[in-house]
Design a protein around this ligand. Sequence first.
Ligand code: AMP
Ligand code: TRP
Length: 344
Amino acid sequence: MTQPGRRISGFKPTGHMQFGNYVGAIRPTVEGQHAQPTVVFVADLHALTVTHDPHELRELSLEAAGLLLAAGLDPRRTLLYRQSDLPAHTELHYLLECVASYGEVHRMIQFKEKGGGSGTRLSLLTYPVLMAADILLHDIVEVPVGRDQRQHVELTRDIALRFNERYGPALTVPHAVHPPVAARLADLADPTAKMGKTNASTNGVLFLLDPPDVLRRKIMRAVTDGGTEVAYDPERKPGVSNLIDLISACTGDDSDRIAADHGTYGALKATAVDAVLAVAEPLQRRYNELSEEDIEETLRAGAERASERADATVQRVKEAIGLTSARRAPAGSRGTPRTAPAPR
Ligand code: AMP
Ligand code: TRP
């Protein structure tokens, strides 16, 4: 049997983690870690591409790591570290900037959507190259991402292929995988919008660390639809269907079954409260047991472990590019004589 490919996931600390992150990314990563070697990192350098508060960034990075651990990520099996703790990310980023072209990076949809003004941080333009470095550092084979990130993984492939063609095969060429998302959760106050950690209003966003009474209130105030019938029909009944998705994501129950079991919107909301609290309460309990020092120590040890492979990749890339001698003299010797160019 072939060894399953190594995977990587990055979590950007730009806001508090919410239920969409849990069902769409945290839980699949935790569940997959036993079948496949996995690298997970807190992408704090990526959070610097937009306005940020330094104190908050540090807190959000620790929160993200703590929630991953509380959700069952096993740091002995899975590499877990903070991006800025591993200098190889920024070193490879620059080296790959010398392989990527302005044209291909400028075409990225996310930059077109978010950037553009003259005050836009330059890092927002180059961020896909940093993402390529994140992936290529670890000889990653599979990158599980949402559709919005597919283009960035394609760019990573292009950069790796070009590098290998130009300088020799130093980089593993990865590909994107799109695991079927258990549910794409919508904002409870606006079922046409995605539940997101940076949504302008937090009324319809269930944060993983919201106190139970806040979670209950947000669910009980969720926007439902006209009529009274409980049915799973995302087109006609987006609000009710989103509550069903939420329950299904938490319990694993079938959507139509959930619909059939509930006679009123009120009963459906009550079940959603129970389902969400059954996930959130144990998660919060485990999170609260972790001290800041524990999390810092886990991240530090993770970065140290990650540096072995990451530093080797950077070394390989530097040698291929011509920045360091490919053959280092063994200690104590006078060095290998430089081979004279072959006569032509
Ligand atoms: P973000 O918070 O946008 O950086 O996303 C981090 C990860 O969580 C990505 O894998 C997203 O696909 C996933 N995710 C974020 N929000 C949702 C949502 N509302 N439903 C499902 N997955 C989500
Ligand atoms: N760009 C990703 C996002 O916005 C986060 C990310 C950064 C990432 N580096 C990565 C994801 C490497 C996978 C692999 O969600």
